[in-house]
Design a protein around this ligand. Structure first.
Ligand SMILES: Nc1ncnc2c1ncn2[C@@H]1O[C@H](COP(=O)(O)OP(=O)(O)OP(=O)(O)O)[C@@H](O)[C@H]1O
Length: 290
């Protein structure tokens, strides 16, 4: 399923949640949707899932708007931060309802994941802990096998080992039953190995859309004497630097840079993590590194 937003604006009162967003998501690719708090990630995902209408512009799933479009919505599954199952239902009833809505629903996957997350069919949704609620959301998201599967920080309350199990399950599902995954998270380094492509939002706009590999190859953290670091970084875009007693380190971003080039300068050099890059790129006042 081809997914795109064209010139999308979404305004809430005086707040521009999205402001002229053009972005596309290809079939069967794994995307990270990143940005600081309030950047517009949830708004974008809700537009894709047809939960709301854009103020201007178009949201298109295979050329059709998802809002009020039952056929399109059956092919998209959005799992939120905490799905908040407010009604008094049993876990098995929630799964039954989901299975009736999503045409590609996999009962085997649901059963397998229930075991993995230790959820029992007879449990009442009211009595679930935050982590169990998140697990139930994840079970629905993966068992639905929707062409476009979107997770908006779905791990609230899950401990580290359950989160890593979730990432492994995502990878397993992606390999065995490819579909488009869009995952929004602030725990970037935990999951960045899964991303093929990254869409970064900043203040309601797309800062960039890039392959994860290229994003990392465009970063270089160098350290050494101030003199050598300054000589190496001259003419390059430094997004973060620090100095102490004549020694300096700098994070450079923007063009594909080789570790060997920095080492030939007598510097220590390494790639940045995606999380560190995101912190500095989205904190920049001007987008001078594009
Ligand atoms: N229903 C709403 N009513 C009013 N303002 C809203 C509403 N939904 C979102 N906003 C505002 O739109 C902006 C973007 O919010 P959004 O939730 O999309 O950001 P986000 O990137 O998902 O943030 P976070 O990482 O904190 O979840 C914020 O300023 C937010 O306050």
């Amino acid at each position: 399923m081809k997914v795109e937003l064209r010139g999308v604006r979404k305004v809430f009162g005086d707040t521009k949640a999205l402001d002229g967003v053009d972005v596309h998501f290809e079939e069967n690719k794994f995307y990270g949707l990143l940005g600081k708090n309030g950047a517009g990630k949830t708004t974008l995902m809700q537009l894709l899932a047809g939960h709301t209408l854009p103020t201007a512009g178009e949201v298109l799933l295979d050329g059709e708007a998802p809002f009020n479009n039952r056929d399109a919505l059956k092919r998209v599954c959005l799992i939120n931060e905490s799905s908040n199952f407010k009604r008094r239902l049993k876990v098995k009833d929630v799964l039954k309802i989901a299975s009736l809505f999503y045409p590609n629903w996999s009962r085997e996957t649901a059963e397998y994941l229930m075991e993995k997350f230790n959820l029992k069919p007879g449990m009442s949704t009211r009595g679930l802990s935050k982590g169990m609620e998140s697990a139930l959301g994840i079970i629905i998201g993966l068992s639905a096998r929707a062409d476009v599967t979107i997770f908006d920080e779905p791990y609230i309350g899950l401990d580290a080992s359950a989160r890593y199990m979730f990432y492994d399950l995502l990878l397993e599902e992606f390999e065995e039953h490819p579909r488009t995954f869009i995952l929004s998270t602030h725990l970037i380094d935990e999951v960045s190995r899964l991303f093929e492509e990254v869409v970064v939002l900043k203040e309601g706009e797309v800062l960039f859309q890039e392959t994860a590999e290229l994003m990392i190859e465009k970063s270089l953290k160098v350290s050494g004497t101030k003199e050598k670091v300054d000589a190496f970084t001259k003419g390059k875009t430094v997004i973060e630097e620090s100095e102490m007693m004549g020694m300096k380190s700098a994070l450079v971003y923007g063009e594909v840079l080789q570790l060997e080039d920095a080492k030939a300068f007598g510097l220590e050099a390494e790639r940045s993590s995606m999380q560190t890059l995101m912190v500095h790129l989205t904190d920049q006042k001007e987008e001078k590194y594009a």
